[in-house]
Design a protein around this ligand. Sequence first.
Ligand code: FPP
Length: 243
Amino acid sequence: MSENRSIPKHVAIIMDGNGRWATQRGLERQEGHIAGAKAVRAAIRAAATAGVDYVTLYTFSTENWGRPEAEINAIMELFCYMVQSQVEELIKEGVRVKIMGERSRFPEKVLSQIDYIEESTAKGETLTLILAFNYSSRREMVFAAQAIARRVAEGQIKVEEIDEELFSRSLMTAGVPDPDLIIRTSGEYRLSNFLLWQASYAELYFPEVLWPDFTEEDFNRALDIYAGRERRYGLVIQEKEER
Ligand code: FPP
């Protein structure tokens, strides 16, 4: 690890492979999510230590409502347990937690834990942890389009004023820089309806490791790989002159 490697401001992670991890061990899928929650702690710690400003975790997609009820309930319970068991440490570490997604459909208990974790960590300044929870990137874009259309219809803005910046500000990620690095574990090479607009210039990294086995070293390896990539944003980059 070099001392002055470039550190991504925002790392987004698709935490995939919990189910396979459990099945390989003859366990219920829920056990994979419990093990995955431990990997969440490791990733947050590694990100804070490295100086990453934002981490977004794909915790529950809108499509995940189609999973068996027992598994959905287990993830909801796990979220509530994580909030209760981690809140003190998160405050101590200066982690500010934000939940990103549609609040409809969540049981009352989950909604109150969402409010609780957001309020109690609101002053954190080391790292912002965004949990994509009941999140769908396509729906997020549809909602943005609706909000903009409403403002046009009400005469607040003109059609010509709609640009990329306004669209970005109308998304759930308003105010958050686009992810520089997106990691998806478990050897799957897809974005699966996650931050599709925001991923336009992100570096993508697909390690084979299943999420519950993802360690601080794996996170640091991802940062090293990111630091070795050349980001061109569609431009031609001149070779630096040797001095
Ligand atoms: C994907 O693995 C994982 C999920 C859908 C749930 C992610 C949840 C956690 C890591 C634990 C909870 C974390 C917090 C922050 C409360 P999969 O089930 O799709 O795995 P598979 O592809 O092997 O079946």
